[in-house]
Structures are given as C-alpha cells and as structure tokens.
Design a protein around this ligand. Structure first.
Ligand code: MG
Length: 265
C-alpha cells in the first residue's frame, strides 16, 4: 500500500530501495550526502537494494561511494540484475543465489530484439557507447545509447537519457511488448530510462521482495519500498502486488527526505 503518513516509518525493520534514479542519478555514483545518511540508516535499520544493473554497477553507484564499515555492511543486502542475483556481506560480498540464463536463451533474446527492430523499422542513434544489447549473465539488457553513455559523456549523457525517456517511452513500451511476444518463456520489462531487461520467467522486483522476505526472514509488512518507477509499466511497479508498503519518489532528493525522516534528523 502506498504510505502517506510518514510518522509510521519507525515501525519498519527493513528499507528496500531501487538504485538507479532513487539512490543515485541514472548510471551515476550516488552523492556524498546520500552516502552519509545511508550509513546512518544502516546503523538503525536493515537495507536492501534491488536494481536492474549488474553487480559492477552496484559497486560504481553505491558501494564505492558508501565506504561503510564491515559492521554496517552486514546490514546491507544487494539484489542486482532485478534480484536474479543476491549478495550479502560476510567478510566480503558473497553470492547467495544466481539465476543465470543459458547461452541459447541469450542468443534467442538478442535475435528477438533484432527481429523487432526490423519489424518496426527502428533505427538506433547514429552514435552509441558500448554494448547496445548487453549480456549480464542472468539478464540481457537493451539500452538505446549503449551501456557506456554516462561513463563517456557524464551529465550530458544523463540528460540525453532523460530526454529520450520523455519523448520515447511509448516506443520503449512497444519494443518491450513485441519482444515479450517473441519470448513467451522469458520475462521482458521496460526498465529505468532507456532500457529493456529480459530475465528468466517470473523474475521482477516483486520476486525480489519475496526473496528478501525468505532470505532475510523479515515479513513483508515490516518492509518499506522506495522507488522512482512505481507506476504501471515501470520497473518498480511489480512490488505493489506483494502488498509491501511503498513510497513513490521522483529522484534522489526526495529519497533523502524520507531517509532523514526515518533516522530522525
Ligand atoms: Mg529506478
């Protein structure tokens, strides 16, 4: 259920965040203030992060900036690539589970995207950066400008993604829908800004919430989810069906306000 009474947040044991667009600007490291208040939060609550990016992206956006002590990291749980992988900290980050795709599935996914692009006459941007279709092991992701846009162009890349999203979200949804039709045995979702993700069937952020409940033994009613895409068609929307309490936010600045409310500063 959507939460509007922020005074009840103290009753939650576990705060679950989306990463991209929620804790950090898209494909960018989180800022110093976020790192500071997140550490404060980790000293009083458990924290889980579910994102579409792979583990290396979690390192870049979250861990490298956080610089938290071992003790605090034991309260942090990572669910990269849409919870197809789960890491927890025990003297280093340890993989708890991994739902990989087979080579054949990866090939089918790549073929499906290329088939759909041909069908609808989609032309990719003239200049792209890094892989357009990236194999993340347990997830294959198509990204309009390529995976390395923001690494290459910085905030200009972020702007390009935001602009593309504003203009082309219906196109992204259409591509996701058509690719899903070609891949009935797999899960296809429009994600973040300029991306479509494919995983094994039944894996989305709702699955992630259920995995968190199972592995961390925290009941869903003790969790709070915070994300920037809790709208139909958004990649955070799947959490709603689990019954978890949630707060939709528009970006990291709004996330900070909620964290500060929880830690009481
Ligand atoms: Mg997001």
């Amino acid at each position: 259920m959507k939460i509007s009474n922020l005074n009840k947040l103290g009753q939650k044991d576990l705060i679950v965040f989306d990463l991209d667009g929620t804790l950090a600007r898209t494909k960018s490291p989180m800022d110093k203030e976020m790192a500071r208040i997140l550490k404060q939060l980790l000293s009083v609550k458990k924290v889980a992060v579910i994102g579409g990016g792979k583990y290396e992206v979690f390192q870049m956006q979250l861990l490298n900036e956080l610089k938290a002590s071992k003790k605090l990291l034991e309260n942090l749980f990572l669910f990269p690539t849409t919870a197809t992988v789960f890491y927890k900290y025990q003297n280093g980050w340890k993989k708890v589970y991994y739902h990989g795709l087979t080579k054949q599935q990866v090939k089918h996914i790549e073929d499906a995207f290329n088939w759909v692009f041909k069908q609808i006459g989609y032309k990719q941007p003239e200049k792209t950066y890094g892989d357009i279709i990236e194999n993340r092991g347990s997830q294959v992701s198509w990204s309009v400008y390529g995976q390395d846009l923001v690494t290459a162009l910085g905030s200009k890349g972020v702007k390009m993604k935001e602009e593309w999203k504003k203009k082309n979200t219906p196109l992204k949804m259409k591509i996701a829908k058509l690719v899903q039709k070609r891949l009935p045995g797999l899960e296809v979702r429009a994600a973040g800004f300029t991306t479509v993700d494919v995983t094994k069937k039944g894996i989305d952020k709702g699955y992630g919430i259920n995995q968190i409940q199972k592995h961390l033994k925290t009941p869903i009613k003790k969790m709070l989810f915070i994300g920037d895409a809790i709208v139909p068609g958004g990649n955070d929307y799947a959490v709603v069906r689990t019954g978890v309490d949630y707060i939709p936010i528009k970006g990291p600045e709004e996330t900070k306000k909620i964290i500060k409310k929880i830690i009481g500063t």
